[in-house]
Design a binder for this molecule. Sequence first.
Ligand code: ADP
Ligand code: MG
Length: 330
Amino acid sequence: MGSGMDGEMADHAIVAAGLRKRYRDTYALDGVDLAVRTGTVHGLLGPNGAGKTTAVRALTTLLRYDEGRAEICGFDVAGQPEEVRELIGLTGQYAAVDEQLSGRQNLVMFGRLYKLRPREARRRAEELLGAFGLSEAAGRNAGQYSGGMRRRLDLAASMIRTPRVLFLDEPTTGLDPRSRNQVWDAVRSLVSGGTTVLLTTQYLEEADQLSDRISVIDSGRVVAEGTADDLKARIGGDRVEVVVRDAADLAAVGDLVSRISGAVADVDPDVRRVSVQVADRVTALTEVVRALHGTGITVEDIGTRRPTLDEAFLGLTGGRAAEDRKEVVR
Ligand SMILES: Nc1ncnc2c1ncn2[C@@H]1O[C@H](COP(=O)(O)OP(=O)(O)O)[C@@H](O)[C@H]1O
Ligand SMILES: [Mg+2]
């Protein structure tokens, strides 16, 4: 790559080209390319075992990659790890919360570790406690915090210095919706301050909510890249589903929804369900309800839903089953 990457990618905070990492018979990373513009949030979206954590560890100097090249703000990750560490924050790793201390004491301690003056450390601690909805719990020992509160305290600690580039590895996995929303808000406010964020997630919705661009990763490879809208267009739109009481009505309902949507309906006799992809879910649902009216068909359930992540990955990986996608060592 050499100097070409530096010039062309000067406005990118994170660049990776052909990153590979092999564990025995698995390529955890199998040639990952990534380019994240400064000041943006980039989602790394993929199922369990896709290689997300390995990518984060490689980019944050915690893991030596076998092949390829990576730069953070123009610093070579393998060649200039000290410089890179100065610029980055990482959840869960640098944020070793002390359970004997209160939330506030933890954050002040991290501030002091990062060489803030006492007054500045206290100010930053209060700011972060507020941003993460921890002000009320600030005086309680972190050991008594719920899982969601602990996660938010971890995040707050990783944001003490306002890193130039922040890596968040599945920051909301296992959190309840309210805690998740608080984490999302905190990420948004951090980004508005100019920090570049690489966020890994298993949730399409989370990547959609937070990211400017998304790389879908599977079996150590980026299988799709683009804005959430780009990806949704590739994944396919919402679906309308109708469950009928009598399996004998399935064919008629299948014809009806196919006619309305212009797409081929999936019919699942086991659960007596017809499902079809639609362009506009409200319009389609209204038309289906209207068309069913007066047919004498008894509908047990009807509604719309987003494609699931499984459907999304199937779409983006060309419909190959997960097993087939696993790389064997060459
Ligand atoms: N230390 C390790 N030793 C062996 N295999 C590993 C190690 N770390 C990760 N892997 C394998 O690499 C692949 C990617 O793992 P990981 O990066 O943790 O995925 P993700 O974070 O997306 O769930 C998985 O198949 C995992 O089993
Ligand atoms: Mg992981």
